[in-house]
Design a protein around this ligand. Sequence first.
Ligand code: M6R
Length: 613
Amino acid sequence: MCGIIGYIGQKKAEEIVLKGLKRMEYRGYDSAGIATLNGGLSIIKCKGKVRELKKLVKVDSKESAQIGIGHTRWATHGEPNDINSHPHVGKLGKLALVHNGIIENYTSIKKKLESEGIEFYSETDTEAAAKLIEFVIESRPDLPMEKAVQLAISQITGAYGFAMIHSDYPDRILVARKGSPLLIGVGEGEMLIASDASAVAEYTDKVVYLDEGELAVISKDKFQVLDANDVELEKEVHELVMSLEEIEKGGYPYFMLKEIFEQPKTIADCMRGRINTETGEITLGGLTKALDKLVDAKRIIIAACGTSWHSALVGEYLIEHLARVSVEVEYASEFRYKDPIIDENDVLIVISQSGETADTLAALRKAKDSGATVFGIVNVVGSTIARETDAGVYLHTGPEIGVASTKAFTGQVTVLVLIALKLALMKGAITKEVSKKYIKALREIPEKIQHILDRSEQMKRISDLFTYAPNFLYLGRTYSFPVALEGALKLKEISYIHAEGYPAAEMKHGPIALIDEMMPVVVIATTDHTNDKMVSNIEEVKARKGRIISITSEENNDVSTLSEFNFSVPETEDFLSPLLSVIPLQLLSYYVAVNRGCDVDQPRNLAKSVTVE
Ligand code: M6R
């Protein structure tokens, strides 16, 4: 959460910082701010989106600065307003600091500094860090600046990604990381720092990822990274593979719509080089290092949050059904605190689009501390989760910028299908012949998704009729149950309509009380072996005048004829059906949100990557 960007070089810092903030706005968009050094320290910040900040910042060639930092905020402490916006400054107005994370001991730091006569203006935790760091730099002139900063941050508990500039040291940006991602973009005669690679991709393809406890001093032609013990580190420079096309809307009104329509391609990319139709083999290079652990595991635990947790549920059905290995799915936030039973014989798979979700990262660390082997299914290359897992598989679906996850979900499910098939083959639960048949079905998925997308108008017409419904219920069985949860989550997060996903049979145990003629019930009936049961559930809804919108496979006439509205998806194997049935639900939520005038890509109160607890 929160986007951080910084620039030092020869170009106009304001322009580069504002552009970077725009690219990272999906990380938080309550308020934004910029600090530059040009003679003295100048700060401009305001409530609202980056476009509001842009109106206030002059980008003039004569007056431009060549060093600056910026921030786009997702509020934790203090409401989104001008004063609480970052950057925050020290008492003397020499140091400006931006922060991503939560400072847990900020009240005690504040009290101590107040007793030194330092006044506070905002309600944020970040201001305490800014005031403390500047105070320590001033009181320890005997120390080089970076040592003073290290001394100050050793007094801070909590999570942070900090970037700071200081008017006495106009040749450098300092960054420090504990719990919140930061990277350095290495250019020619210029350097950038950011919490997200998308902010630097336009300027360089060389990046250095900071690890926990590291501090870096960045000037225009060099950087120095120190660990918590002040030892200088040799950091690997990674190649960033990210095209500008991938991080721009490309003619679509919203990133979410672009990402929905990209899915035929992203799923094909996800499978590329990993499946062999001739032999039925699956190759997942990233798993090789620890594959034996996965194959020998008596049970597998999968931990994730949000949409990734829904993929995990699909994974449970897939691995149990195809490979006959027992799977437990956990909310990462519960797993980390519930005193889980896990040891060195266990395998944990964590799933995360961003690779930065705080709870998922904590679950990973908890499992590693217990000796378990941890696998990752991650989209963002080089992210913390990707780097801390023992082995893993990338989605290769490209940057996902819309806050509502779409192509990452189908990418995650595709990877889980591949893992389940690989395991099934290795454990002898399926033959090569069966695998070939399944791989063939998987290869047909992108084309089938395209067929669904070509009929998106039909889903728009259905959405138009239900735009102002106050509640929705989503029902599914087996593989369609996680899809029901995902459909409900998509609708609530971007259109603010209350929606619940349920296993269809559970409806009788409570939610049926909600059903009346005002209640749209979205029924996902694409798994053949449970269709008869779904027919009974639909009858129960209809008997109470609920309005049925069904998602069925093309040949499921029993359900479609019973429904007020039906959208059919092509036939496929039951276990692949989530990859198809989720698409009309993504479209439904998108069109309803647009009809309601909601900001689809930046829904209220949310942020793309949840790096705080
Ligand atoms: O980056 P992650 O996959 O770890 O994120 C997990 C959730 O925060 C995320 O899926 C969230 O629920 C999305 N906004 C759902 O669309």
